[in-house]
Design a protein around this ligand. Structure first.
Ligand SMILES: CCCCCCCC/C=C\CCCCCCCC(=O)NCC(=O)O
Length: 667
């Protein structure tokens, strides 16, 4: 038996295995097949990873807005740049500090308002700018556009700042530093508020003042909202601005197209292997929770300390919370697109990783964890911000109290966060004091014009940087505006290296004179770019169902109307659709499609009220009987006021047929 077995082995060994082998030929063949299959799969995988890396495409496609190649920036001499910088220095000198919701520096805020009016006299005096004080200290401006066909947008910033913290750690006085030349040879405007957020307040004002002085009334109406208590949640400022703005929009028959607030920035050197600066646009914002932690113990003489003091119990709980972080949500929020958008600009090795996140997401998540800054984009963060206990050095206190501030990842939820807190601090009373949920994610697809406007404006001042959408890891006033628009972007064009990020709320906050001049340019470009939309189509998108269009056309047919346009299905297309189709349709056709619903009631010869042009109903509501009872003095946000249709633009030139049509009588 033994001999037979061994001869069988020997026979087999000559074909595949070298040396002693105890398998049958069949087994050996199977093993060979398995090994080669595994090798083939690995090779295929490696090839797939390499091919994917080699063929990575830029995900952001820049849309021509019209202003892009216009070299005319706000002109600025060295002297003007210096004067603008000096105005920011002066702005910083106002100690508009928010200490808490009930402890704001209101006198300084009043003075700051007066300062703005003094240094920007022209905009405050302009015919097309209206200023409304909100809750005494916050500020809302309406800048009236010349074209009423475009829905307005909102620029936000806040005028308050956080306290300077440890004054002695500052290299220069946080409220009185002026412009300082640093060892890198650059001039910096130092002080609390330099990047959070007085640079944006002043930058917006500078750009608007320039437009007013140069008689550049914008085509598109826009609003500016400056809150006075953002650093303590904005309930007195932005929340009140939002209420007034909502009413203004309603009264004017407008819908807010988009808003831009402070937020993320241009960031460089944040991920090793990505060697271009990233224009990081916050398309979503984390939620917020404040948690009180209370531990109890015996109050005793310090000469006979208890085995565990209240302080020890609390410290243990807090340390556990820091050690056992909230779980990574990598891949479930906008952070994945931050990396996907950045991937084409990475070294080849990093391209292989970022281009194949289906395979390497665990690795990437671990790499993000190595820095607290990058880690913040992938999980709910836990910051212990207050820790109090004890009254005297020889008394063991009975109570210890700490406060934890969570910023909640959009894919996380508060219940899970608190559950882990309670597990980590199991002998501590964990009480939720205050919270709000993460924001929705605003659309950043390439056909979203507001996203294009923001990114184009940033690219015009930072042409070498690459845009990426991402999560705003801190909070802004945008929370209070969320019911006004779903397109909310958080960005100012401040250029930050990782070490600069620590200056937010930290020590030696500063902005270079050079970057500040880009901030001003950015807001100016944004105001210009926001107008270019008008050449494409109104942004007000009227949703018209096909059956409603048919019904509408039937009414027109009955009223002897002959359409000059063959394709009547898309009489008023959403902008994105128009753009998609613009290649296929001739310009005139598309234009006509856009205009038809607007033109029909423009000059109704038998308008019962003769006053309808001040407020028109949504197109879907224009039914036969409505022609007899066209509402008067009513405004509808989804219809375009007709009296102001931009007829001066080529787009709206009518063919002779259309001319005839637009002058028809509708019975
Ligand atoms: C792949 C790119 C990774 C980028 C990681 C960026 C990390 C950013 C880290 C810090 C951002 C600091 C933002 C500061 C915003 C200031 C607004 C503010 O203070 N709001 C009040 C508040 O949040 O409490």
């Amino acid at each position: 038996m033994m001999r037979k077995h061994s001869s069988h082995i020997e026979a087999g060994s000559s074909s595949c295995c070298s040396g002693t082998c105890y398998c049958s030929k069949k087994v050996k063949v199977t093993i060979c097949v398995v090994i080669w299959t595994v090798i083939a799969v690995i090779v295929a995988l490696i090839l797939a990873v390499i091919i994917k890396a080699a063929t990575l495409q830029e995900l952001f496609e820049r849309m021509e807005l019209g202003a892009r190649d216009d070299p005319v920036f706000m002109s600025a001499t060295e002297q003007e740049i210096l004067e603008r910088s000096q105005r920011l220095v002066d702005a910083i000198s106002y100690r508009t500090i928010s200490f808490s919701g009930t402890n704001l520096s209101l006198e300084a805020m009043t003075d700051f308002g007066t300062f703005l009016e003094r240094v920007f006299p022209n905009l405050h005096d302009s015919d097309f700018v209206t200023f409304t004080p909100i809750n005494t200290y916050s500020r809302l401006y309406r800048i009236e556009g010349t074209e009423k066909t475009l829905n307005p947008y909102l620029l936000c910033a806040h005028m308050d700042v956080v306290p300077e913290g440890d004054f002695d750690l500052w290299t220069h006085d946080p409220f009185d530093a002026g412009i300082v030349t640093e060892s890198d040879g650059q001039d910096y405007i130092f002080g609390r508020g330099a990047i959070d957020d007085k640079h944006a307040v002043l930058g917006i004002m500078e750009a608007l003042e320039y437009k007013v002085v140069n008689k550049e009334q914008p085509k598109r109406t826009f609003y500016i909202g400056f809150g006075h208590d953002e650093e303590v949640s904005g309930y007195l400022g932005a929340a009140e601005i939002s209420i007034t703005l909502e009413k203004m929009l309603k009264d004017n028959g407008e819908e807010l197209d988009f808003l831009l607030d402070e937020g993320m920035f241009v960031v460089a050197d944040i991920i090793p292997g990505i060697n271009v600066p990233l224009i990081y646009i916050g398309v979503a914002e984390k939620g917020w929770a404040v948690v009180d932690l209370d531990a109890e113990g015996d109050q005793v003489h310090s000469s006979t300390p208890p085995l565990e003091s209240s302080i020890g119990i609390l410290a243990h709980g807090v340390a556990n919370m820091e050690d056992n972080k909230q779980p990574s949500m990598f891949g479930k929020g906008p952070e994945i697109d931050t990396l996907r958008y950045a991937a084409p600009h990475a070294t080849f090795l990093l391209k292989m990783i970022l281009g194949n996140l289906w395979l390497f997401s665990g690795l990437v998540s671990s790499a993000l964890e190595l820095s607290s800054q990058t880690d913040s984009i992938q999980r709910t963060t836990t910051a212990v911000t207050i820790f109090n206990a004890g009254v005297k050095e020889n008394v063991v206190p009975s109570q210890a109290h700490a406060v934890v501030n969570h910023r909640i990842h959009p894919s996380d939820n508060l219940e899970d966060v608190l559950e882990l807190d309670r597990e980590n601090a199991d002998r501590v009373k964990v009480t939720l004091r205050d919270s709000f949920p993460p924001s929705e994610v605003s659309s950043y697809s390439n056909d979203v014009i507001p996203f294009q406007i923001v990114v184009n404006s940033a690219l015009e001042v930072f042409p070498d940087a690459k845009p990426v959408p991402g999560l705003m890891v801190a909070n802004t006033d945008t929370f209070h505006y969320k019911n006004l628009t779903d397109k909310i972007y958080r960005f100012t064009p401040v250029y930050n290296l990782p070490e600069d990020i620590a200056r937010f709320h930290g020590i030696d906050e500063r902005i270079s004179v050079d970057i500040y001049s880009k901030v001003v340019q950015f807001y100016y470009r944004l105001m210009v770019n926001a107008d270019f939309d008008v050449k494409i189509a109104p942004t007000a998108q009227v949703e018209v169902k096909p059956e409603e269009v048919e019904e509408f056309l039937e009414i027109l047919e009955e009223s002897d109307y002959e359409s000059p346009i063959n394709n009547t299905d898309s009489n008023l297309l959403p902008l994105t659709k128009v753009m998609e189709e613009s290649d296929e349709n001739s310009a005139n056709e598309t234009d006509s499609h856009l205009m038809i619903l607007q033109d029909i009631p423009e000059e109704p010869n038998e308008n019962p009220s003769n006053e309808t042009d001040s407020g028109l109903p949504p197109s879907q509501d224009i039914l036969e009987e409505d022609f007899d009872a066209m509402p008067v003095n009513e405004t509808y946000s989804d219809m375009l006021p007709l009296e102001s249709a931009p007829k001066d633009l080529d787009l709206y030139d009518l063919t002779p047929e259309e001319e005839t049509f637009s002058n028809r009588t509708i019975d």
